[in-house]
Design a protein around this ligand. Structure first.
Ligand code: CU
Length: 160
């Protein structure tokens, strides 16, 4: 009976995965105790040398982890950035120590806030395409993710 329950559960999970892919819903990567939800980017302007990356990271473990390094196939350099107010101007700054993902918490990388900055683009980032990259966490290690590229934003304030 126990085995039967496990099979039913496994089938239900498999079905859920298929349905997620079929309906084109945001993708999700489970990596140890971390769940990385929908890594995405935005189409970069034709002449731009930079692009942005966003995602949601949930840490289901009882220990804090830290996103320490990011790489991508589309750029020579990748930095982790935050936005802060300098006077009345919003500016980006690099977070050289990365981002803490607290135990049991969810951290959102999103426009005009915490984000990944792809610098020194090897090619333009185009809507509808995907590109891959890696995320390295202090404790969980390194995982590969695919970014889905969305349409350019109404304004480019998250790319300045
Ligand atoms: Cu930035």
């Amino acid at each position: 009976m126990k085995l039967y329950n496990q099979i039913v559960l496994a089938s239900a999970l498999a079905l859920a995965c298929v349905m997620t892919i079929a309906s084109g819903q945001a993708h999700e990567i489970t990596f140890g105790n971390l769940v990385i939800h929908h890594p995405w980017s935005r189409q970069s302007p034709m002449a731009a040398d930079v692009a942005v990356g966003f995602m949601t990271i949930t840490n289901n473990s009882k220990e804090d982890d830290r996103l320490v390094k990011v790489t991508s196939e589309i750029s020579t350099t990748v930095q982790i950035h935050d936005m802060k107010m300098v006077g009345d101007v919003m500016k980006m700054e690099e977070l050289p120590d990365g981002v803490i993902i607290p135990a049991g918490a969810t951290v959102k990388l999103k426009p005009r806030a915490l984000h990944i900055m792809f610098m020194g683009l090897k090619r333009q980032v185009v809507e509808g395409e995907e590109f891959s990259g890696s995320l390295t966490f202090e404790k969980a290690g390194t995982v590969t993710v695919d970014y889905e590229v969305a349409a350019p934003g109404g304004d480019m304030s998250d790319m300045e």
